[in-house]
Design a protein around this ligand. Sequence first.
Ligand code: UGA
Length: 461
Amino acid sequence: MNRATRPLKIVILGAGYVGLTSSACLAEIGHQVVCCDIDPAKIEALRNAVVPIYEPGLSELIAKQIAAGRISFSTSPQSEVGSADAVFIAVGTPSDANGAIDLSYVHAAARSIASDLRPGTVVVIKSTVVAGTASQVSAIIAAERGNSDISVASNPEFLREGSAIADFLQADRVVIGVEDGAAQALLEALYQPLVDAGIPLVVTRTANAELIKYAANAFLALKIGFINDVANLCEKLGGDVGEVAHGIGLDHRIGTAFLQAGPGFGGSCFPKDTQAFAHLGAQHGAAQPLIETLIANNDARKDMLAERIIANTPAGGHIAVLGTAFKANTDDVREAAALSIIPRLVAAGFSVHVHDCQPAYAMRQLEGVKWHETPIAAVHGADAVAVLTDWDLYKAINPRLLGSFMRGNALFDFRNIFDPAQASLAGLDYHGIGRPFLPAQKALRGAGRNSSALGLAASAA
Ligand code: UGA
């Protein structure tokens, strides 16, 4: 990666997932970054490259940039912004009770630094915000300063949890929304190393940049919702949704990405952003019925899958749940299928045994379950196993081994990580997503029930 020929001083407000990833990556492309947060304990930990979230490679990249002297951490942005070329706002934008987003942290962050900025500084909104926020923030800063000498720009992020660093440094595109030439020139200089690496730069007005972020997430969520509906039909007609997705995805106008059927989308972004998008449409008389239906279907899907487990497991039995994170390579359980499905299983009187590869976050959210250190320990004696997250560790489990530790034989593979025929041959009743139900071939059941298998399981886990 080329480094910036003109390193800029950048102050980032907010050391959450977006603020930290952006700080580390902007330092990596050669800029001088000060990442700020109001939480002194978090800032102290970050000075030692201790990152409060699980994001592969982030702690290592921060340690590298600390050693290179390109990143520092502060609780006092006011003493840093006076010498900054750009100040990024990367604070949270939670949903309110109606699904609209709460911009109070964005407004407060802008107000907190407004009077300390030097004229000509560009304030860049990185947080996910509704169209019109940049102009509101511009008005807030101008009112605080009694002067309109600060440009406000929009620069939405398209980072996925679990692959955020690659999504930043090898982005499909960088979008900058600007209202004046000075902000455009500064952001072009800032992202020059990425443009030199061949990444397209989209330069547009701030309202368009803000809409691009929401429309992108809404469209990706629609792809997932659509393929989940196709999966329902495949189950009824004996089709295989993976093959259908492949067949339609090779049409370049459709594309193969984001056509993986599963237990419904979760995470901190799609559920929140689709809500905000629908709310925005209703508020402005441009209803978004596709998105409204998508949201309702996605919620209903999690309930429907919980019912599928309940209906096919002996009453009061032992259910092993593999995976609580909303997807692999993250510890995040916000809006995860597990948070809808597991409480329903507990309420229905099952004994629920859970494993996740990064369970710390989930352990604080789920009540009435027993946690296990290995997947096989959770599965031991189970009547049913439900896979809710596609961690590589689970993909490596041999279905015969899995079956050998179970008391019953129901496998709910809601991430389609197992081969149905192999699972059936291993003696498991296979319930996948968008695949026909395949009953166990009983004769081969239980072949692996012995202590050497136990050793294998321990090392596999
Ligand atoms: C999402 C977007 O992909 C990012 O581009 C965006 O920047 C981010 O939101 C954000 O707004 O900050 P993320 O929430 O990290 O990223 O996760 P995704 O990888 O998009 O997955 C979201 C959910 O959809 C997960 O529950 C995942 O399991 C599910 N999914 C994804 C499917 O069910 N099928 C798929 O084919 C893809």
